[in-house]
Design a protein around this ligand. Sequence first.
Ligand SMILES: Nc1nc2c(ncn2[C@@H]2O[C@H](COP(=O)(O)OP(=O)(O)O)[C@@H](O)[C@H]2O)c(=O)[nH]1
Ligand SMILES: [Mg+2]
Ligand SMILES: [Zn+2]
Length: 319
Amino acid sequence: MQLSVWHEVNSSQEYAEGKGRVLRVSGQHALARVGEQDTRCELRGKLKAGRRAATSPVVAGDWVQVSDAGDGKMVVEAVLPRTSRIARAASGRRPIEQILAANIDRFIVVVAIREPALSTGFIDRALAMAISGGIAPLVCINKVDLDPDESASKVCQLYRDLGYEVIPASVKTGEGMDELDRVLHSGVCALVGPSGVGKSSILNRLQPGLKLATQELMRQHDRGRHTTTAVQLHPLQGGGFVVDTPGLKQLQLCGVTAREVIECFPEFVAATPSGCHFRDCTHLHEPGCRIRDAVEDGRITSSRYEGYGRIMAELQGEQ
Ligand SMILES: Nc1nc2c(ncn2[C@@H]2O[C@H](COP(=O)(O)OP(=O)(O)O)[C@@H](O)[C@H]2O)c(=O)[nH]1
Ligand SMILES: [Mg+2]
Ligand SMILES: [Zn+2]
């Protein structure tokens, strides 16, 4: 693994304080970067996951306090407070929150313009997940080389008009790669998207040393082996870390409030400056709803309103 500049600057003090950053967790162990070393640490008893817990008490990205338990054995003593999180609802009879990663600076929503077909619903849910987790989102639309009728530029414009940063990209032609490279080095970034959109391919192109398994390689070589499975922080040459999340086909939101959902739809507020007839209008079925008027007369894109409806229905089902 390569050392990063960021790491060299900060590592000696962290090492002195016994502070480490968790790169990945497997079972009752964590691989943490402490100072300049990647160290396998055991989890202190109280930090071990119960059999039915959805989330390990320690997740990738966590800052942890480690100590030497003798014989060179390192132990994670405590998890420092998290500043942000990527969380989803774990499947089960009652949805429970599962934290996939913590302390992430940028949430890069990755979709493809084709193969698999683009779903703005996915983008909308991913934005809600980022915002509710306290992470600044960005949208990357990959595979624009497969876009003969330039439908990508429409989608780009839709989200840019809403105030989000959008990067059209192609691993094939190299479009957008410099921009993505800059973003990646600005802190700890996570790539979140359905499988097959090109997340691992993007990272391999920007940093060949990562050698992440892509679907193409799988088809050629090791059939049956899974691609990205556990969530893991990969150190980047030149600073920062990146997280390549496993393909999240269904982004099951968990614990997102109605207010956070509305934050993801700024055009709703802009289109109805004086609000709806009912002050606590959910914009789903109430009479006198100005949002639905705005959808009718085209001031709000209908795909966005449908995305809103699906998220709200899901959150109501959760209660
Ligand atoms: N045409 C085209 N294909 C791409 C592009 N990026 C990735 N792919 C292909 O899409 C497939 C899935 O890529 P992969 O990186 O495994 O996707 P992931 O599941 O999101 O990590 C592979 O066959 C890649 O070669 C792109 O920009 N254009
Ligand atoms: Mg992948
Ligand atoms: Zn309304």
